[in-house]
Design a protein around this ligand. Sequence first.
Ligand code: NAD
Length: 482
Amino acid sequence: MIGVFPEVSGRILINGDWKKVSKTKKVINPAKIEEVVGEVALCSTQDVDDAIKAASDVFKSWSRTSVEERADRMRQASEKLSPLVEENVSLLVRENGKTLVESKKDLLRCIQVMNQMADTLIEWWKPVDLSGALQSVQIRRRARGVTAVISPWNSPLILTFKRVIPAVLAGNTVVIKPATNCPLTVLTFLKAVASSFPPGVINIVTGSGAMIGEVLCSDPRVKAICFTGSTDTGKTIMRQAASTVKKLYMELGGNDPALILPDAALDRTDIERIRGGVLRASGQVCSAIKRIYVHESRYVEFVDKLKSGFERVVVGNGIHPDTTMGPLNNKGQFDYVKGLVERTKQSGAQVAELGQKLNSDSWEEGYFMNPSIVTNISHDSELVHAEQFGPVIPVIPYTELSQAIEMANDTQYGLRASVWTSDERKAAEIADYLEAGAVFHNNHTIFKDLRLDFPGIKESGFSKETQWGSLELFTDSYGFAN
Ligand code: NAD
């Protein structure tokens, strides 16, 4: 059962109309590259312009609806999604490559975001009173306008929903550009959501990122760009958006370090969490652990334990319930990571290719890679500094903590970091020195409350998320004094 996706395959959404586009590209299954899952529309510049117009025309009336109405509509939309989860898990697996478990979590998290944000909205929207003896002053909020949401392929659904939901709840209208490799689950879910809102509030265009990005960035009707993707594309968008001074929200690349201290427990829980931090979605996560620095006194023990953990990974088609790690998502990513590993081997590093193949006969049919641990590698190597986005982890020994912190910070990125020690106070102290948007102690994961998030620093981007989550990001605040 494949859900409603034939209704969205090869289509875009403009002003409530699911328009069939004549130019399309195949969406393929990365676990079985001969299998075509559906079609993605390659829209024209006119389509993008039409989507912006639709969003712009309805903005005035939508932004003046009450917060109660917007929250109610969002809860109704989330109810429509619940019955779609089971039948769309396999669609996400087939177009993205994630496992069944990973895919189901992503789908459920979208519903969680919708409800948590709707619950927060009414309380959050109330004006903040700053009145003193001299003046009565309030901080109030208003929606910003047409907001473009551009999202990547690695977690196509949740990274679209986490931006679209607060934007719409805050009274904005949106033009969404999902990733071209795996847009079908996003389109299917958004089809259900969009029908709960007036036509034009939610519009979707697909196709060339460069073309759509340029139109969105240069159009003065678009007031904000909310981008999640690579640092290079983020820089292009920032340049293009400068001419109309748009508000920007940038969630970019990462190269997260994990620091293993001499007193780390390294018990089964630690090893499973580190393995999960490295291999979730086959390592194709912006905040995956991508480098591990281990105190020399625990190095051999750590590598042995991590190898045993990686040995238990079952690599195969995510649609099979026994698979614990799926393929890489696309040929570009697959060739890039393979090439990096090959160059790393040639430089003299040792690459242990681990894990079990679910089915050796079909290994060549998809973009499968073994989870691998790289030792005898220096901090200066390409694999350590690139955002490699694959199931490969370099493990590097250190002698002094100051040296480990220096290596951890020696990167253009600053998304997440983790410290593994049995001393919580020491972890908190070290967190002060790590250049990252968030530091985890004895874990490397996501924030469970999806209203919470912390932006990256350095070239991992910026936004201004707070404890209220992204709602603040999608509004302008203004002062009212009398
Ligand atoms: P990408 O930058 O290639 O593409 C992201 C999106 O931008 C896609 O929809 C693409 O079509 C579009 N795009 C491409 N060129 C464009 C342009 N010139 N103007 C506007 N849009 C354009 O990234 P990707 O390969 O899809 O995703 C992987 C990257 O995303 C990694 O670097 C990863 O770290 C990053 N990422 C960051 C976060 C975060 O929250 N910080 C989350 C997930 C992924």
